[in-house]
Design a protein around this ligand. Structure first.
Ligand code: M6R
Length: 617
């Protein structure tokens, strides 16, 4: 949930780690800190609040040095405060630790360490790690042990998850990093090395990276790096090249990442389909390289279970319609956070699909692991290449959506829908569950979507005006049926997470079972009513709401005059097949939420209490 960056090399370390922190701020942003070895002593600084506050504090003294670690935090243990910000040090301030994850047995460890005379100054679980490393140095004082061995000794006592970076005055010309359950990546430069929880902090300096796996530790010095297993044996690991550049991780002229990412929707879909959605007559219709090797197993699948959280979960709900419609395989979709506690019955031939933009969401990862343990075939639909979910799946399909920085997921949703559609088509074709004519028609429709989305994006100004008109309302209902029901849920999530307005997504058919009681002139309803098989039913919903004095903002198919007469306002989307409509109808809802938040003067990209990847339960 938090962000780690560390540097060792010939250049001044501070500007590099602070710049890296800014790129990681989306991972968590309630406090930040830095520790640096200046050649003679360790210096550190922490601050509650944004990185800009830390930068202000750093002006107070000189920070020359070529080795530093830094952290941006999203609190899990202990409130956001200066004392609880990382790095966390030991009693003598001789060890500095930045940590992502949760130390589950921190309370027992703290008690034991206090009994031994250690003094704690924070409420964090992380502080026990610094004291455990200190204890390892104390116990082995005569032998003068290396920092990496002290870290390994300390970590032996810990249960839970961690990605840590450590520097120490006891063995000062090195940076040690270790991971269990929390991502860490090494950046390999020329005479300089970095560690980070995310490639975005590294990519400006090098594209050569090494992914650290669980129970691995890295020792970085100005001369090179070594990776050890927790058994102290050297491990040789491949060097990977990342293809995201720093420009694509920046705003590109848009006021916010979220807006940039909404406008990247058409390109995102093109990338999701490129080389996968084939021209007719070119050896099949869909080709998904990532699952090629398990294709035979896929043919035996009798049930699909999707596990995901938040927006990815809603994409999964649309996927259920795709799978059942095109491949006739029964599909259920579960919140990963519930699945892992449910003692699920996974019959033989169940395919589990974990969907995650970040590939690091703790609940989704645990659900995937649980499903694998129970013998299911598990695939991932993941955006971040090399992320933990991508690595731990039996096979998978990458979204190719590029970095998504805004906390509110937008372009990733579109690409998730794209990949799910391809997967359903592939299964349907292989199982001969759907006609070739239907597949060709849907394929052509998918290819036309980027152009259609561009038409919706051209209505940005109109949607901003509508957001302005509806700004005075505090509560919203989002209604949809069939393919549009998950879109209603997603529209409501977008609005609530960045505008802090109350918004509830509902299956429109459920209205008369209770929620219609909420309708009055202060409860606008955003109704998804494209021309599809449930269009007439949606018109009835609109009539019922109007009869009770409710306001309607409808998303409808262009040329629909009946809706124009009934609704207070209409946003038109281009004509499309019912199955493809979610790709279009979600876009105005993303823009509506974006403008509402922006008009309220809120921090669109970093909404309160949220972080981009939720790597804790
Ligand atoms: O990285 P993931 O797709 O696994 O993330 C899942 C959710 O945390 C994420 O979609 C969240 O709901 C977004 N903030 C929604 O905009």
């Amino acid at each position: 949930m938090c962000g780690i960056v560390g540097y060792i090399g010939k250049r001044q370390a501070l500007p590099i780690v602070i710049e890296g922190l800014k790129r990681l701020e989306y991972r968590g942003y309630d406090s930040a800190g830095v520790a640096l070895w200046d050649g003679k002593k360790l210096q550190d600084e922490r601050a509650a609040g944004r990185i800009s506050v830390l930068e202000g504090n750093l002006q107070r003294k000189s920070w020359a040095g070529n080795l530093a670690i830094a952290h941006t935090r999203w609190a899990t243990h202990g409130k956001p405060s200066e004392a609880n910000a990382h790095p966390q040090s030991d009693c003598t301030k001789g060890i500095e630790v930045v940590h992502n994850g949760i130390i589950e047995n921190h309370a027992e460890l703290r008690e034991a360490l206090i009994r031994e005379g250690h003094k704690f100054v924070s409420d964090t679980d992380t502080e026990v790690i610094s004291h455990l490393i200190e204890r390892a140095f104390l116990v082995n004082a005569k032998e003068k042990i290396l920092l990496e061995h002290a870290v390994l000794d300390g970590l032996r006592h810990v249960t839970g998850t961690f990605g840590i970076a450590v520097i120490s005055k006891h063995d000062p010309r090195k940076l040690v990093a270790a991971r269990r359950g929390s991502p860490l990546i090494l950046g390999i430069g020329k005479d300089e090395f970095m560690v980070s929880s995310d490639v975005s902090a590294i990519v400006e300096h090098t594209r050569k990276v090494v992914y650290l796996h669980d129970d691995e530790l890295a020792v970085l010095t100005p001369q090179g790096y070594e990776i050890l297993g927790f058994n102290k044996k050297t491990i040789s690991k491949p060097l990977n090249t990342i293809d995201w550049d720093v420009v694509s991780a920046q705003k590109g002229g848009y006021p916010h990442f979220m807006k940039k990412e909404i406008f990247e929707g058409p390109e995102t879909l093109e990338n999701a389909f490129r080389g996968r959605l084939l021209e007719a007559g070119k050896g099949g219709l869909v080709k998904l390289g990532g699952i090629e090797e398990i294709k035979n197993k896929l043919l035996t699948v009798r049930r699909i279970l999707v596990v995901a959280c938040g927006t990815s979960y809603y994409a999964g709900l649309v996927g259920k319609y795709f799978f059942e419609n095109f491949s006739r395989i029964p599909c259920s979709v579960e919140h990963a956070s519930e699945f892992r506690y449910s003692n699920p019955v996974l019959e033989k031939n169940t395919l589990v699909i974990a969907i995650s933009q970040s590939g690091e969401t703790a609940d989704t990862l645990e659900a995937l692991r649980d499903a694998k343990k129970r013998g299911a075939l598990a695939i991932g639909i993941v955006n971040v290449v090399g992320s933990t979910i991508a690595r731990e799946s039996d096979a998978g399909v990458y979204n190719h959506a590029g970095p998504e920085i805004g906390v509110a997921s937008t372009k990733a949703f579109l690409s998730q829908l794209g990949v799910l559609a391809l997967l359903a088509m592939l299964l349907g074709k292989e199982k001969e569950a759907v006609s070739e004519v239907m597949l060709q028609k849907f394929s052509a429709e998918l290819k036309s979507l980027p152009v259609k989305i561009k038409k919706i994006l051209a209505m940005d100004e109109k949607i901003r005006k509508l957001a302005e008109k509806y700004l005075k309302y505090d509560n919203f209902l989002f209604l949809g049926r069939k393919y549009q029901y998950p879109v209603a849920l997603e529209g409501a999530l977008k609005l609530k997470e960045i505008s802090y307005k109350y918004a509830e997504g509902l299956a429109a058919g459920e209205m008369k079972h209770g929620p219609i009681a909420l309708v009055d002139e202060d409860m606008p309803c955003i109704v998804l009513a494209p021309k599809d098989s449930v269009y007439e039913k949606m018109l009835s919903n609109i009539e019922e709401i109007k009869a009770r004095g409710g306001k309607i903002l409808a998303v409808a198919t262009e040329g629909d005059e009946r809706i124009a007469k009934l609704a207070d306002d209409v946003i038109y989307i281009p004509h499309t097949m019912e199955e493809a409509a979610p790709f279009l109808s979600v876009v105005p809802l993303q823009l509506f939420a974006y403008h509402t938040s922006d008009l309220l003067g809120l921090d669109v990209d970093k909404p309160r209490n949220l972080a981009k990847s939720v790597t804790v339960e």
